[in-house]
Design a protein around this ligand. Structure first.
Ligand code: SF4
Length: 212
């Protein structure tokens, strides 16, 4: 099986195994997904979802974030770690969204990458989950680990993984496939002790039984 066939078969099997492919961050508006994805750096989605409840109750609009007292904002964001830089990013992001984008999260990579704290991973998440653009590839830690183990790429560089997967995947499937890699990475193909014996991809995977 070549890489494209492996990717296609992995898409098919994970789709059957995880029919619901969604981001595990809660959000009501696109800008909240943007903010939550920023808060999720070096933090679990579960913790972000807990913090988000109080955060958006206190700051329900972009205008509230743009005019927020930084010290107060930091107290809300503190449990997610790196709270000073994250607070500054959210406030500055709100200011820029209001000043240049009419309060609307952009629908293209170039404009998304202009926003404070937004890199390609978060930008792809917005393009795929909010705007349903084909070809979105969210190269997070699970995606990178599983793609390497499956032999779909041979690099830990997120942008190179993103570009490699884009070459292999049906654009209509790539965004959901990345969500499914997260689910499979949490449930089966964990970083330290992958459960290859229980893995639906084992016969496709060159790392099966060999990864420690
Ligand atoms: S066979 Fe093992 S290493 Fe390969 S994807 Fe499955 S759990 Fe991960």
């Amino acid at each position: 099986m070549d890489k494209m066939q492996t990717a296609s078969e992995a898409v098919r099997r994970l789709k059957a195994e995880y029919p619901v492919a969604e981001c595990t961050l809660d959000y009501r508006d696109a800008w909240q997904l943007l903010f939550n994805a920023r808060l999720a750096a070096q933090c679990t989605d579960k913790r972000v979802n807990e913090v988000a409840v109080g955060l958006y109750a206190r700051f329900p609009t972009l205008e509230d974030f743009a005019s927020a007292d930084v010290a107060e904002l930091e107290e809300y964001i503190r449990p997610t770690g790196f709270f000073r830089v994250k607070s500054a990013d959210l406030k500055n992001c709100a200011v820029l969204l209001l000043a240049e984008f009419g309060g609307i999260v952009p629908d293209n990579m170039d404009d998304l990458l202009r926003l404070p704290g937004v890199g390609r991973k978060v930008a792809n998440l917005i393009l795929g989950d909010v705007y349903h653009k084909p070809g979105a590839v969210v190269a997070d830690t699970h995606c990178i680990r599983l793609s390497n183990r499956l032999g779909l790429c041979d690099t830990a560089d997120p942008k190179k993984v993103e570009l490699a997967l884009r070459e292999l995947l049906d654009p209509a499937e790539s965004n959901d496939f990345c969500h499914r890699l997260v689910l499979h990475g949490r449930a089966v193909c964990q970083a330290r002790s992958p459960r290859c014996a229980a893995c639906s991809l084992a016969d496709l995977c060159p790392s099966a039984g060999r990864t420690v």
